[in-house]
Design a protein around this ligand. Sequence first.
Ligand SMILES: Cc1ncc(COP(=O)(O)O)c(C=O)c1O
Length: 434
Amino acid sequence: MPTRRAFLSSLGRPAAAAGVLTAVPVRWDRAMTAAREIARTPGTPEELAADEEFWVEIQQAFTTDRSLVNLNNGGVSPTPAHVLEAMKRDLDFANQIPVYNGWQILEPQREGVRQRLARQWDVHPEEVAITRNASESLQILQFGHELEAGDEVLTSTQDYPRMVTTFDQRVRREGIVLTRIRLPVPAEDPAEVVRLYEDAITPRTRLILMCHMINLTGQILPVRQVVEMARGHGIPVIVDGAHALAHFDFTIAELGCDNYSTSLHKWLFAPIGNGLLYVRRDLIPEIWPLMAAAESRDDDIRKYEEIGTHPEANFLAIGEALTFHQLIGGARKEARLVYLRNYWAEKLLELDGVRLHTSLKPGFAAGIANVQIEGVETGPLRNWLWSEHRIFTVAINHDEFNGLRISPSVYTTIEELDRFVDAMTHAARHGIPA
Ligand SMILES: Cc1ncc(COP(=O)(O)O)c(C=O)c1O
């Protein structure tokens, strides 16, 4: 008969597994029911996208607050209950004796998470660092490239403010030059987007920063083509994929990019405080880490993970979130998110004065869209939806456009979208109180 230790070892998580056996994760049963439902439901992702019975089990894996309607899942996502349980289990376990359970048992298991993330997005594990968010991944790249006074960095007026602030600090500190181009809203011609970046390149351009998906509108940009064009000029592109990974279906490999940065607490539904940094293997020695690492680690992707003492539990919970993502399936998830977007957007577009700042054409956006009611101010509309209807949205007031950013998720119900559509219909027809 195997000893308890041997049995636990066979599960692959010797001591932490003790926690696994005693705590049955809340709603894990719902995730399992969803898995069975998925396994026996035939159909293309598009057919399944409209099958409410199929999605009801996925919805139940989240313990979200149903007294309100959360249409800001782009900001950060709730994590499914069983993923949170996995994290809590490891936090408890590490706390028993952090120097042993945390450092010696849990920390090495990060390698398994690295391997799984790499496998999922078709890159090599030695090219994947686990970070705390997209900001950290991006700042590693933004500060890690050496630049001299007068060197130029090219980005757009729609790139994420924190990433612009990061380069602005280098402008103030080191005298680099930041150039920002305007992109069409929406941008439905990839060749035009590539041309706009290329036209702004000068002999001093050293780096380009671009979004894979713009947070303001959900616009998907042609990363592969921009990277190819820039490579022709010898210019690396920093790709901000904060919103893209696990939202729509692609692999990092197919982008052909030198690096990729994303948050995993947005569309992978991992617990808050998780991100990924991909750096092509041969480029790792060239890019400095944000926190110092030993010279012996110069060509090791783990140099980007030298952050000092930290909890390992949230990093390991990425594995649980990834399994949930695989259970849904990347293509099915994208199709459902597009279906939910079209559900509300097509209804609202029938109303006078409603405009979308997001393309509904395939490939140019997915679950996020930006909607404006002409004649109704966006900020007050956002406040009215919240105070009167308990519907949470984001007001985007950009110099070039404004509107509400709407981002439902796989746990969003049709009834919740109907409530949003009804409220917006009222606002479009009658306005909102001053
Ligand atoms: C385009 C973009 N880049 C970077 C970030 C930073 O992500 P995080 O706050 O998770 O670090 C965000 C966050 O919303 C974003 O939308």
